[in-house]
Design a protein. Structure first.
Length: 463
């Protein structure tokens, strides 16, 4: 009986195996290499077919990752997702001829797509020019297991260019780069340049390492309304020069810079680390932009405003300069080369914790108004709650500050302020200031007071 039962079980297992094989082989397989299978039936996915909307670039036999992506794009429809995340070899793009995901030799592809890159190091010899409505996404900006695009030795120019003049009317849309690292390899190269892409074009969660040119440059009227440029880190190595920058922003009305760290010449223990200090970390020359949550180390200026063109209507929020490889002269520097108006600075801080020979001189230096707000020596920090420059009035500027400033005579000169409280103001006051008495009632007390030179607080007569 045991033998009969055993044979019965074996026959049953064999029958089940044949049935399973028949089910598997009966289902259609993807028809073309690289295409993923999709369900084409509404009844339990009983049939499948190949889909050109999502293509596995790793299945192509091209010689490099750039060529594999290019081959996938050739047969893909507009707007397809090209998945290169499974590619683990051939990660050095060819240097013998132009080899990028959108150009092979003299053949180019200008087709919208989303390109997914692997968690690996991709070495490029030619800059990537992203076509209109192209999105490039890596597997993260973690140096140990993220996506890194590295400039090969001898690379020159820009690593990634957002859009090109080939777009309609010269302006592209929906071009983005996110979740990766750009490795400059200690060379004077630019990381990302946007001169052609506007609405819905952005950069997010990108780190720049040893990019000794400019990490991000956004300029021209075609880059208007682009951004935001957010969650960024730019760390120059020791091969930087006086023109090394974190960000050059001369386009107007962008979505702004939100969250960035800018450092130079890190990793040393004896300070100052480098024999020279580069110019400003950020050059702000456009109008109607917002910069916020930014930290600076080792640059002469954190933000230099108006050094190349006139600038108006910008807002700088929550920025700070601190100890690092080298000293900082100014966290924010307002240039007198071109007119700067309607500038609002809220929450600017200078602090030091790096020991001797590393310092921050000023929180704000305002050249047009011959004004500085220096860092305090005790406590070893200065925070400026608000500093505002308005329009020109009678040969000067309307201004407002919440801390004393210094003129060329190095004497504290408080700017006018507007205060409020439930009492009548007393004591010394900066001439020209106003105070609102929120508890004033009846006709004996006016709600508004002014500070008069030599007199102090006086009620504003109401007629």
């Amino acid at each position: 009986m045991k033998s009969a039962v055993s044979w019965t079980r074996r026959l049953a297992c064999a029958a089940l195996g044949l049935l399973w094989f028949a089910i598997i082989t009966a289902r259609p397989m993807p028809a073309q290499i690289g295409y993923n299978a999709v369900c084409t039936s509404t009844t339990g996915c009983s049939t499948t077919s190949s889909s050109s909307a999502f293509i596995d670039a790793g299945q192509y036999t091209a010689s490099t990752i750039c060529a594999k992506i290019f081959t996938a794009l050739q047969t893909a429809p507009s707007g397809a997702v090209i998945d290169a995340r499974g590619i683990s070899a051939t990660l050095s793009c060819n240097s013998a001829s132009t080899d990028t995901p959108w150009q092979q030799g003299t053949t180019t592809i200008n087709k919208p797509s989303t390109v997914l890159l692997p968690a690996a190091t991709i070495i490029i010899s030619y800059g990537w020019v992203l076509p209109d409505r192209t999105r490039v996404a890596g597997e993260g900006n973690n140096p140990s297991n993220g996506t890194k695009i590295q400039a090969a030795s001898g690379f020159s120019g820009t690593m990634i260019q957002m859009g090109s003049s080939a777009c309609t009317s010269g302006q592209c849309y929906g071009v983005s780069v996110e979740d990766l690292i750009l490795e400059g390899n200690g060379q004077t190269v630019n990381g990302i340049v946007n001169q052609n892409s506007g609405e819905s074009s952005y950069v997010d969660h990108v780190n720049f390492h040893q990019v000794e040119g400019t990490c991000i440059q956004v300029s021209g009227t075609q880059a208007q309304y682009s951004g935001p440029y957010s969650n960024l880190a730019c760390g120059a190595g020791s091969s930087f020069n006086s023109n090394t920058r974190c960000f050059e922003l001369s386009a107007s009305s962008t979505r702004g810079v939100h969250g960035m760290t800018c450092t130079t010449c890190g990793g040393c223990t004896t300070k100052p680390c480098c024999s020279q200090i580069p110019g400003p970390a950020i050059s702000l020359d456009g109008s109607h932009n917002t910069l916020e949550d930014i930290h600076f180390e080792g640059y002469q200026d954190g933000i230099l405003v108006g050094s190349n063109t006139s600038s108006q209507g910008n807002s700088i929020l929550s920025v700070n300069g601190g100890a690092g490889a080298n000293s900082i002269e100014n966290v924010i520097h307002i240039s007198s080369v071109n007119q700067v108006t309607d500038l609002s600075i809220v929450g600017a801080t200078a602090s030091v914790s790096g020991g001797p020979m590393v310092n921050v001189t000023n929180v704000i230096q305002d050249d047009p108004n011959n004004t500085t707000i220096p860092r305090n020596s005790s406590p070893n920090e200065t925070t400026v709650a608000e500093y505002v420059i308005g329009d020109t009035i009678g040969g000067g500027f309307s201004r407002f500050a919440t801390v004393p400033v210094r003129t060329s005579a190095a004497a504290p000169t408080p700017l006018p302020v507007w205060g409020a409280g439930g009492n009548t103001p007393t004591g010394s006051c900066p001439p020209g200031s106003l105070f609102s008495n929120t508890s004033a009632t009846g006709t004996s007390l006016n709600p508004l007071y002014k500070c008069v030179t030599g007199t102090g607080w006086a009620m504003v007569t109401v007629h």
